[in-house]
Design a binder for this molecule. Structure first.
Ligand code: ZN
Length: 378
């Protein structure tokens, strides 16, 4: 750790429309924004060595509290020196609170003001996850950016239900703040983000944003989107949600998304993203390119000696043809997943770099228009 680095400092280098580019400085390193965080669910970004993840340009990855608390267990990771050392990623790690995944993956037993009682999807064992335990787990993992514990309701629930859920998440945000602050040395060197809820409702989102700012956080996430509402409804919400959050703190859109989602969200003032899409798609033979996504299992690639993407600077595109990647996918070879995941993560980081450069030049609108012409053309 570099001790002269601040605990957490966010600065904006350039603004273009509502898009901004800047940097977060932390003890374990700098994160240029807009930033994309590859997802390292079970202490691994699937199919990638950490060195290869770093080579894509990624400066921060996401770890999942829910998965790690169940296997190998937060206490065990702490005993082994923390998550950075355990998985050999010495750079910043953001951990989610576990709330969203408990609700989507486990057998839910009971949701109360205390938190969530659930059964593990792995072995059926019973656990309680609430704000205090979530903060404790993220501290045991050694997370650099800790997320407040929240509940994420479906966007199609009745408004009264969404309001009640949001209000509980705000009470949990306050308890998360208190539990995080009681974390001693860990709290002194790391950051805590709050999470805005309120589904697609502008008034509820504002109420949530105000409640979070009253508590005070280092950064603010926009939660409760990308849960099936569709891009149009998500963008409509992003037309107002980022503006409700402080200008001088990073805004993080959780669980997003497709390349065109990222461009549209940066256009609306979002600074950080995470998504399993580039890694999950890589294992399924779907590759992202500047001309749109393509499925390598498709027979039209069988004799194509060209690279996945002419413009891509990744090691996969430098040395392997579409025909070979098609063959690996058809044969179910592990290397197919490795090479396409690597390309996809490089593509995402090249897209973020291109967006940062376009904002710096004051040409983001032109960049976004050109991106869409190429990406959405087919
Ligand atoms: Zn490539």
């Amino acid at each position: 750790m570099v001790s002269e680095a601040p605990r957490f400092a966010f600065s904006i280098d350039a603004v273009d429309g509502r898009a901004r580019t800047g940097r977060i400085r932390m003890r374990r390193g700098e994160i240029r924004t807009p930033a994309f965080m590859p997802v390292g669910t079970a202490a691994t970004v699937k199919a990638m060595k950490p060195e290869a993840v770093r080579a894509t340009g990624a400066e921060v990855i996401l770890g999942n509290t829910y998965h790690l608390m169940l296997r190998p267990g937060a206490e065990r990771v702490a005993k082994l020196g923390g998550l950075h050392r355990f998985m050999n990623w010495p750079h910043p790690i953001l951990t989610d609170s576990g709330g969203y995944q408990v609700m989507s993956l486990s057998d839910l037993c009971k949701l109360t003001e205390d938190g969530v009682e659930f059964r593990s999807h792995l072995d059926g064992s019973k656990h309680l996850l609430g704000p205090e335990r979530s903060m404790e787990i993220q501290r045991l993992l050694g997370s650099d950016i800790v997320m407040a514990f929240d509940e994420c309701p479906r966007t199609d629930r009745p408004r009264t239900e969404i309001a009640a859920s949001m209000e509980m998440s705000m009470r949990w945000a306050k308890r998360s703040r208190a539990a995080f602050d009681a974390g001693g040395e860990h709290a002194a060197g790391t950051a805590l983000f709050g999470i805005q809820q309120g589904a697609l409702d502008e008034a509820l989102r504002l109420q949530s944003a105000e409640a979070l700012q009253e508590i005070g956080f280092d950064g603010y996430a926009i939660g409760g989107l990308a849960v099936g509402e569709g891009q149009e409804a998500m963008f409509a919400t992003l037309d107002f949600a980022p503006g409700q959050l402080p200008e001088n703190a990073p805004r993080y859109l959780m669980g997003v998304g497709k390349p065109d989602d990222l461009v549209g969200a940066v256009e609306r003032g979002v600074d950080m993203f995470d998504c399993v899409l580039p890694t999950r798609s890589g294992r399924n033979g779907q590759a992202f390119t500047w001309s749109g996504p393509l499925n390598l299992r498709n027979a039209r690639h069988a004799e194509d000696g060209g690279p996945l993407d002419q413009r891509c600077a990744c090691p996969t595109c430098a040395s392997y043809s579409r025909a070979y990647l098609h063959h690996l996918q058809k044969a179910g070879e592990i290397l197919g997943a490795v090479l396409v995941t690597e390309h996809n993560l490089w593509f995402y980081q090249q897209l973020m770099q291109a967006m940062r450069a376009a904002i710096s030049r004051g040409q983001f609108a032109a960049f976004a228009a050109e991106f869409r012409r190429g990406y959405l053309s087919r």
